[in-house]
Every structure is written in structure tokens, then in C-alpha cells.
Design a protein around this ligand. Structure first.
Ligand code: PMP
Length: 383
């Protein structure tokens, strides 16, 4: 029999939309994919070359449980250069993606019944990591007009003896919104709890810059990885930065559950951090051009964009003028307009009435996808 815990895991609806889109494709339909949060660019050549070389040089063994020292050092150097913060390699765990490190962070910090605060809407997998570690999700409603940011007083109200952590995600999936320095400082004041900062979209910022929570507190667990910035989703490489006191337990957790991340891929990770800046700059320029185009078109069509998204590769558009049930609407748009989109409800009840559009696809695809959507909406309003 399936465990009670496992039966409570919620599904990641966007993956269901993707499955529906693929089913239509198998029947010969042409679908434009704006549902997926995955770079369409190939991984930069300096990174793939390093992986191939590493394979040929037999870098095919287990590594230190926390990860290759050379990669952990490169991550420390990167955080020093980008944010001016000093961390040491014994505060870094490298694993196969950011998803597993999020689980390990929860396992390391939560006792049964401990609470973790997240916003609503938020990245949908967070709740399941918390649940898997025996924790309880405590949601705080956030509002579109305020860029879906926490209100200080709402956090204060939600804190209890059992609160262990507060999750933040900037640049944010699904909203694309980047937190300001002031907003991060405000959250850092709650560092009697751990701040869990998901920084996976760092670097993908089109105005100003993103700050790391580590600039404001060291009582933080920072999650970051290579999937998004370096177009490496399928490589599965990510990392966690944690308070020093957790070093031994993190090592023990990883030894047991993973042994180590893939050796040759970790070497490629070093190339990403140290040699791929030019490739990243090119990708950012292209994303930004797509972002501007998508924002203009969606606004023209009648969607409301409450706060301009300046990071990640998503636009979270308010479509309440057109529909109320985002789940049904996203499937209908996929089936009828042949455009995959993510329903706002995937990100929690606070996302209802919204759709998430990803611009991690070519400008031509975005143009065609939005043309199809426009025709669909026109037809819908005439029906
Ligand atoms: N956090 C956020 C906010 C994400 O959007 C994703 C990927 N969709 C992840 C974490 C997980 O990324 P990965 O496991 O590929 O590193």
C-alpha cells in the first residue's frame, strides 16, 4: 500500500501539461511550448568539451561526498566575486541538481512537525520537500500588486515555536520578479529562523542585479545550480550553501543517500563557473529581447502584468479578465490553441486566474505562440 505521506505529494501540473502537449504531438499536431522552465539553448561548448575531456581522462569515480574540492572552491570564489560574501568549501554540498539539495536541507533542519513558511503562489515542489522531511507547510498569501512579496507583518503573525525556516525565491518562478535589497534585508531580520533562499535563477537578471541573502545574514541555506544559467537542465548539477554547523551532517546525509554527484559533470561545472561568462552574456541578451516582446504582446492582448518581471524567464500574467479556472484554461489553450502554458493554480491558490508563460523558446516560437493565443482569445470572446 502506498504510504500516507507519498499519497499526499501533489503533482507538478506543468509536467501534466507537457505530457498532454507531447500526446498531441504524437498525433501529428504542432505545439508551441511556453509551459516549460527549461532553456532552449545548447549547453555552452566550453562546458561540454570539459565534460568529454573529463570522461576521456577517467574522471569517472566517486568524489568527496560534499563534492569535488575544486568545484566547491570555485563556488566559494563565485560567491565572493558576485556578492562579496566569504564562504568556505566545507559549507558547500554539490549534488545532482538543486532539487535533491533542497530535500537534504529539509532533512537536515526539520524535526517532525516543524514548520516552514512559503509564499502563495510559489514554486510547486517546495511543499513536497517539506512534507518528505516530516515538516509542515505554512503559507502566506502574497499579492500581485505588491509583486507577490511577503508582508513583514504577515510573517510575524505566522511565526510559531515550530517555525524553522522561511523560503524565498528571487528571481522568482513563477513571477520572474527580483527582490530588492530592502526586501531581502527585511527577510534577513527573521534570521532566528533559517532563511532558505532559492537562488537558481541568479544571473538571469535584465535590470540591476540580484542580491544573495548571504549578503545580509549567514543563517541561511542557499540553493543554487547550473540548470538555468548555463542551460544544463539534463546534466543534473546543483549545490547548497549551509551554515558551518551543518557540515558534518550534510556530509553524512550525502554519503548515505547519493554517495556523491557525478564526477565528470562536476569538472564541467568548474568550466561553467569560470569559462562560460561570454556564452551566458549572449543568452541573457536574447532572453531580454524575448522578455520585452512577450510583455508588450501580452499587455496588448489584455493580460495584466502587475509588476514588471526582470529576472528568470517567466511572465506571470493576470488573465482574470478572460477566465477564472486556470487549470481548465491551460489545458484548453494547449488543446485548442496548440500552445503549452502553465496554469497559475500550479503555484498555489494565490496564482489562480494567472498563466505562466516561459520565454525560454525562440522569438519566432513566441511570436507564433502568441498569435495563436490571440486568435483563440478573440474566438472565445465571440463565442
Ligand atoms: N527551484 C526552482 C525555483 C526551479 O524553477 C527549479 C527548476 N524548475 C528548481 C529549483 C530545480 O532545479 P534543478 O533540480 O534542475 O537544479
Amino acid at each position: 500500500m502506498i504510504s500516507k505521506r507519498a499519497s499526499e505529494f501533489t503533482s507538478f501540473i506543468v509536467m501534466d501539461i507537457m505530457a498532454k502537449a507531447e500526446e498531441l504531438e504524437r498525433k501529428g499536431e504542432h505545439i508551441i511550448h511556453m509551459e516549460v522552465g527549461e532553456p532552449d539553448f545548447p549547453t555552452p561548448k566550453v562546458i561540454t568539451d570539459t565534460a568529454i575531456e573529463s570522461l576521456q581522462n577517467n574522471k569517472t569515480r566517486y568524489t568527496h561526498a560534499l563534492g569535488l574540492l575544486e568545484l566547491r572552491q570555485a563556488i566559494c570564489d563565485y560567491y565572493l566575486k558576485e556578492y562579496g560574501v566569504t564562504i568556505s568549501p566545507d559549507q558547500v554540498l554539490v549534488s545532482t541538481g538543486t532539487s535533491p539539495v533542497l530535500l537534504f536541507a529539509m532533512l537536515a533542519m526539520l524535526d517532525h512537525g516543524d514548520e516552514v513558511i512559503t509564499s502563495n503562489p510559489r514554486y510547486p515542489c517546495y511543499q513536497n520537500f517539506i512534507l518528505a522531511a516530516g515538516g509542515k507547510l505554512k503559507e502566506i498569501q502574497t499579492y500581485p500588486e505588491e509583486g507577490f512579496q511577503y508582508r513583514h507583518k504577515d510573517i510575524k503573525k505566522k511565526l510559531s515555536r515550530r517555525t524553522k525556516g522561511i523560503i524565498i525565491n528571487s528571481p522568482c518562478n513563477p513571477t520572474g520578479i527580483v527582490m530588492t535589497e530592502e526586501q531581502l534585508k527585511d527577510i534577513a531580520q527573521f534570521d532566528s529562523q533559517y532563511i532558505i533562499s532559492d537562488e537558481i535563477y541568479h544571473g538571469l537578471v535584465y535590470q540591476n542585479r540580484a542580491h544573495s541573502i548571504l549578503e545580509f545574514t549567514d543563517k541561511a541555506f542557499v540553493i543554487n545550480g547550473f540548470s538555468k544559467l548555463y542551460a544544463m537542465t539534463g546534466w543534473r548539477l546543483g549545490y547548497l550553501i549551509f551554515p558551518k554547523a551543518f557540515s558534518a551532517v550534510m556530509q553524512r546525509i550525502h554519503q548515505n543517500f547519493m554517495i556523491s554527484a557525478n564526477g565528470f559533470i562536476q569538472w564541467a561545472g568548474i568550466a561553467a563557473l569560470t569559462k562560460a561568462q561570454d556564452d551566458v552574456a549572449k543568452m541573457i541578451n536574447i532572453y531580454d529581447e524575448r522578455r520585452r516582446y512577450m510583455l508588450a504582446r501580452l499587455t496588448d492582448m489584455g493580460f495584466t502584468i502587475h509588476v514588471e518581471p526582470t529576472g528568470a524567464f517567466y511572465v506571470f500574467a493576470d488573465g482574470r479578465k478572460f477566465f477564472t479556472d486556470s487549470y481548465k484554461e491551460a489545458f484548453r489553450i494547449t488543446e485548442e490553441a496548440k500552445v503549452g502554458v502553465a496554469p497559475g493554480i500550479d503555484f498555489g491558490s494565490g496564482g489562480e486566474g494567472f498563466l505562466r508563460f516561459s520565454y525560454a523558446t525562440s522569438l519566432e516560437n513566441i511570436q507564433e505562440g502568441l498569435n495563436r493565443l490571440e486568435r483563440y482569445l478573440r474566438k472565445k470572446s465571440n463565442d
